[in-house]
Design a protein around this ligand. Structure first.
Ligand SMILES: NC(=O)c1ccc[n+]([C@@H]2O[C@H](COP(=O)([O-])OP(=O)(O)OC[C@H]3O[C@@H](n4cnc5c(N)ncnc54)[C@H](OP(=O)(O)O)[C@@H]3O)[C@@H](O)[C@H]2O)c1
Length: 274
């Protein structure tokens, strides 16, 4: 994988996170190129990482084995159409991280035979702690499958979905998910202050608890429900809080919220495609 040449089209936040993650993973900087219309952005990422930079998208992918399209969905049609000749000549694997753009549209703009992996990363990818959903078009071969996975793993965990429509569910879970936890933290901090704790203590206790709970859930063989039961003694303090959440309809609220996020993802995709 480290001998593969990777070209990033768009050198914004996500591309920078992926490039930094790949370099930390030992991918040679000389095998990575980025292109972007913003020369200052290109120079900065070039200086920070040692990768090659180019302001011409097609020139950037001339010898690429993998092309990562990391531009905003609004410009992707123009960008994809602009590189279609270079892609047809080189036949690289194309990974798109653009939200809401289906593989069928990418193949229409890039060429029907183009091997495409569509991915949905999330913002913690900036800290190499992301969670990314991946979907491969039918013509992606095993080697390209592993290649896409190794690239996206540079910024965190990867999960493949078998049907492209499930990318909307991934969006509702991990794409929007960081905000759900931030909201819960906000409410815990506010409540901790009402209970008398100073702002800083309320903040630190809440965040460290979220980190500790997440690490326990990730590192334990037990599922979250078992871990919760283990810390909920009958008649104790935690039980009082859990009963209050359950009586207040937390389970249904989470279901409704995630269904709303999934439905909005479907709606936004169809608006982008129109
Ligand atoms: N950020 C996230 O958490 C996140 C999560 C999931 C998915 N995504 C997806 O990731 C993609 C990139 O997001 P981002 O946050 O990294 O956006 P971003 O920071 O705005 O990066 C996009 C980059 O593409 C450049 N660009 C614009 N037109 C171009 C062209 N014709 N050729 C080459 N580059 C061009 C932009 O330059 P200018 O700034 O000069 O226009 C910008 O540097 C989006 O499609 C988004 O849906 C992002």
């Amino acid at each position: 994988m480290k001998d593969k040449k990777i070209a990033f089209i768009g050198a914004g936040n996500m591309a920078a996170a992926l490039i930094k993650g790949l370099i930390q993973d030992g991918h040679p900087a000389e095998n990575i190129t980025a292109s972007d219309p913003d020369r200052d952005k290109l120079n900065l990422i070039g200086e920070q990482t040692g990768i090659g930079v180019n302001s011409d998208n097609s020139a950037a992918i001339a010898d690429a084995d993998v092309v990562v399209i990391a531009v905003k969905p609004q410009v992707i049609e123009a960008v994809a159409s602009g590189i279609s000749t270079a892609v047809a000549e080189r036949q690289p694997l194309v990974i798109s991280i653009a939200a809401g753009i289906p593989t069928s549209h990418l193949q229409q703009w890039l060429g029907e035979t183009t091997a495409i992996v569509r991915s949905m990363p999330n913002t913690p990818a900036m800290l190499q702690a992301g969670a990314t959903g991946l979907f491969a078009a039918a013509n992606v071969n095993d080697e390209q499958h592993s290649l896409a996975e190794s690239i996206m793993r540079a910024v965190g965990l990867t999960i493949w979905v078998e049907q492209e429509s499930l990318i909307d569910a991934v969006t509702a879970v991990s794409g929007s998910g960081p905000a759900y936890f931030f909201l819960f933290m906000e409410h815990m901090i506010r409540a901790a202050k009402v209970l008398g704790l100073p702002e800083e203590s309320a903040h630190l206790l809440t965040l460290q608890t979220a980190l500790g709970a997440s690490r326990m859930a990730l590192e334990s063989d037990d599922n979250p429900a078992t871990l919760r039961t283990m810390v909920t003694s009958p008649g104790g303090t935690t039980e009082q809080a859990i009963n209050t959440f359950e009586t207040g309809g937390l389970e249904q609220l989470v279901m409704d919220a995630m269904r709303a996020a999934r439905d909005r993802s479907v709606e936004l995709s169809s608006q982008i495609q129109d």
